[in-house]
Design a protein around this ligand. Structure first.
Ligand code: ADP
Ligand code: MG
Length: 326
């Protein structure tokens, strides 16, 4: 069974960044308003996530590490009306299968919290502990029991880049949540709770502020909002380009072409605008169930949305061009 767990874990947990992503998403699902992430050695030796969310009871903490023990799906139909980030109940058991995990958690209504240690899927101890409301999960020595996978971790620089990329996607999707990142005892990110435009500036630097053009379109298919950058600030290098749907980062090459079509004739060859585009649609009209890591999403009305997105950006760019500079 522990072998089966390790194999299943490989689907969800490919590298330290996957752990970071899954833990932060759980904190968000738990209603946290502040999330701290502590990383050592690019996540090789320690990934710790501290939240002020609703916490778990002693029993719930134990159950959380059993495969498919998600608390987020009550019935199969719920799969089609997802409002939370996680839904498969795979992350924690997968993480615990390939690392040494310690959880400290307490709910508001409980006087005392619980401390649970699991190593390679084996519960080592659980005891009462006093702690603040919320959850602290520490993941140590990832792949300690899967040498083949540990060997395939990339350089610290590369693992770190992946972690930062996952964090960037999540913090852009949740500007109202405060995020702190500490790497090897140094604070490397401090993002106070904010609104979208300010969160983008917090991440990209203040130069981007005067480059941002707002888009905001409500249709019967849902809402599309966010920012694209002015054509003259487009770069030949890789630009920050993000799509989100219902609070989740997604990859969407088809919608990317809609953006590029809107920018047609406004860019030099190989130039890239930055964009931060958010869809809010009926959860029943998308399918996030394509892959365990959930960045591929299929929309029901993709062609119509393509058109709306393209026209919305084109109009925003047109309006911007028509206005005299302020
Ligand atoms: P999923 O998120 O798909 O439900 P996970 O394996 O990520 O599955 O988590 C299992 C369960 O553990 C969650 O459904 C939730 O009930 C609980 N849980 C995990 N992390 C937290 C947290 N930070 N705060 C409160 N509950 C949590
Ligand atoms: Mg989860």
């Amino acid at each position: 069974d522990s072998i089966a767990n390790q194999i299943a874990a490989g689907e969800v947990i490919q590298r330290p960044a996957s752990v970071v992503k899954e833990l932060i998403e759980n904190s968000i699902d738990a209603g946290a308003t502040q999330i701290q992430v502590i990383i050592k050695d690019a996540g090789r030796t320690l990934i710790q996530v501290i939240d002020n969310g609703k916490g778990m009871s002693a029993t719930d903490a134990r159950i959380a590490f059993e495969r498919h023990a998600t608390s987020k799906i009550q019935k199969v139909d719920d799969l089609f009306s997802l409002t939370t980030m996680g839904f498969r109940g795979e992350a924690l058991p997968s993480i615990a299968a390939i690392s040494q995990v310690e959880v400290k958690t307490r709910r508001e209504e409980d006087e005392i919290g619980t401390l649970l240690s699991i190593s390679g899927s084996k519960v080592e101890k659980q005891e009462a502990v006093s702690c603040t409301k919320g959850t602290i999960i520490s993941v140590k020595n990832i792949f300690f029991n899967v040498p083949a996978r540990r060997k395939f971790l990339k350089s610290n620089e590369s693992e770190r880049r992946n972690i930062l990329m996952e964090i960037e996607r999540i913090v852009l999707a949740h500007p109202d949540i405060e995020f702190l990142l500490f790497e090897n005892e140094m604070q490397t990110l401090q993002l106070p709770p904010s609104v979208l435009r300010k969160r983008i500036v917090q991440l990209e630097g203040k130069n981007i502020n005067q480059q941002l053009i707002k888009i905001n379109e409500e249709t019967t298919l849902g809402k599309i909002y966010g920012y694209v950058t002015k054509p003259e600030s487009a770069k030949k290098s890789r630009a920050s380009q993000f799509f989100f749907v219902n609070g989740r980062f997604i990859r969407h090459p088809y919608f990317h072409r809609a953006v590029m079509t809107a920018f047609e004739h406004l860019l030099q060859p190989n130039e890239n605008p930055a964009y931060f585009i958010y869809f809010e649609v009926d959860p029943a009209s998308i399918d996030v169930n394509i892959h365990p890591t959930k960045t591929e999403v299929k929309f029901e009305n993709e062609q119509a949305l393509w058109q709306i997105l393209m026209v919305t950006i084109k109009e925003a760019l047109g309006k911007f061009n028509a206005l005299p500079p302020i």
